[in-house]
Design a protein around this ligand. Structure first.
Ligand SMILES: O=C(O)C1=C[C@@H](OP(=O)(O)O)[C@@H](O)[C@H](O)C1
Ligand SMILES: C=C(OP(=O)(O)O)C(=O)O
Length: 429
């Protein structure tokens, strides 16, 4: 583990950056390319560590995947073409990889075992293993099947009618992927709408799925066909520069080709409500995932309440929204965000602890946090705690710090944004 001296006391972030590919869509492009028949070509694939873990797992399942310059060529042989792995499948730090992969493996009549890093070892898996077991998969794992390492023997799945106990796109997607292999029709009801990239992928790969508000219906036994996927920029990565542009004096940043799927744009809604000077130029090119350019300028902000069905649409952006709120006049309250406790870290605790260290006035609550603005950030030594989003949030916070700031374990950032510091430095005069 290393530490990095961060840039502090900056005025003016100016310029244009092209945000790297969306992590959720990159994962799914590998998975769907693998379970479809024929060739899939992916452009603007995110070469972050999480997505590389997904590639590595599918190669171990017998799929040929060529990767050059953020482009993939995947030779899919259908669900039936996946083969029993001779090695353990290592998902690294990636919750999306393990949970969606279990949905695919649940339908495969062979044995596999899954492990991940220390953080994955603390994240709950029964939310996925319970419905998959109900469908007929045989799954076991540490602490009565709750945590990795996990072993799985799939095949012979029955369809399911399932009401999700938590709003989670990973759980929904795992059941959809198992449902595609079940005998009959499955129905999934989500408590709040979550990101719908899996549903869009099925249609892009020539399959069928029906959505009626929060009710999703998927038929088993469908044959998917390889296609081309152009991955848009990741709005969750863009979020760091949206906030940086809004809070650093004398800034104007253009973010090119950012994904604008309405199930992901909660951050835009929040920033506009807080008074940010944010312009959206929607791309008109026809795509299965909408995108556009975002232009952000230094803004005068006010505190707001963030809660309810907006939370799943900005769940990964809450750490950086907390920083934004420290620079708004008045109080910001974030509620209904208990899910933050089971991410790469307990993000309620890590955000509060690290922003406090820099001088922010912020307190944790049972389901979120309260941030009192506007506060002056001083400086100090902070840590990513091995969580990429905490690391990037702290690097942006440091830009406002009046004295030195040091980040421990900055390496974690390469999980979702390997060239983050290169992009940040290109905007500093
Ligand atoms: O489906 C996905 O790609 C993701 C869903 C979300 O997790 P949950 O489903 O656990 O909310 C999100 O936090 C994660 O970064 C990516
Ligand atoms: C929670 C995240 O990812 P995952 O669940 O895939 O580890 C994230 O990227 O913020």
């Amino acid at each position: 583990m290393t530490s990095l001296n961060l840039k502090t006391n900056i005025k003016g972030l100016n310029g244009k950056i092209t945000i790297p590919g969306d992590k959720s869509i990159s994962h799914r492009s590998v998975m769907f390319g693998s379970i479809a028949h024929g060739e899939t070509k992916v452009t603007n694939f995110l070469p972050g560590e999480d997505c590389l873990s997904t590639i590595s797992c599918f190669r171990k399942l017998g799929v040929t995947i060529d990767e050059t310059d953020n482009q993939l060529r995947i030779i899919g042989k259908g669900f039936d073409g996946l083969t029993e792995p001779t090695e353990v499948l290592d998902v690294g730090n990636s919750g999306t990889t393990i949970r969606l992969l279990m949905g695919i493996l649940a339908g495969r009549p062979f044995f596999s075992s899954l492990v991940g890093d220390e953080s994955i070892g603390k994240r709950p898996m029964t939310r996925v293993t319970n419905p998959l077991t109900e469908m007929g998969a045989r799954i076991d794992g540490r602490k009565n099947g709750s945590f990795t390492p996990i072993s799985l023997r799939g095949g012979g799945l029955q369809p399911i009618n399932y009401r999700l106990p938590v709003a989670s796109a990973q759980v929904k997607s795992a059941i959809i992927l198992a449902g595609l292999q079940a005998e009959g029709q499955s129905t999934i009801i989500e408590p709040e709408e979550t990101r719908d990239h899996t549903e869009r992928m099925i249609i892009r790969f020539g399959g069928e799925i029906h959505k009626d508000n929060q009710k999703i219906i998927v038929k088993g036994g469908q044959k998917l066909t390889g296609t081309t996927i152009q991955v848009p920029g990741d709005i969750s990565s863009a979020a760091f520069f949206l906030v940086a542009g809004a809070i650093i004096p004398e800034s104007e940043i253009v973010l090119k080709d950012v994904g604008l799927n309405p199930t992901r744009t909660g951050i835009i809604e929040v920033m506009k409500k807080m008074g940010a000077s944010l312009e959206i130029v929607q791309n008109d090119k026809e795509s299965f995932e909408p995108s556009g350019d975002l232009i952000i300028k230094t803004s005068k902000l006010k505190g707001i309440v963030i809660e309810g069905d907006l939370i799943p649409k900005l769940i990964d952006e809450i750490p950086i929204i907390a920083l934004l709120a420290t620079q708004a006049e008045g109080t910001t309250i974030i509620k209904d965000a208990e899910e933050l406790k089971v991410k790469e870290t307990n993000r309620i605790d890590t955000v509060v602890q690290e922003l406090k260290e820099l001088g922010a006035k912020i307190e944790a609550t049972e389901d979120g946090m309260i941030i009192y603005g506007k506060s002056v950030l001083s400086g100090g030594t902070v840590s990513s705690h091995g969580d990429h989003r905490i690391g990037m949030m702290l690097a942006i916070a440091a830009l406002l710090c009046q004295s030195e700031a040091k980040l421990e374990n900055p390496e974690a950032i390469s999980v979702s944004y390997p060239n983050f510091f290169e992009h940040l430095n290109s905007l500093i005069k």
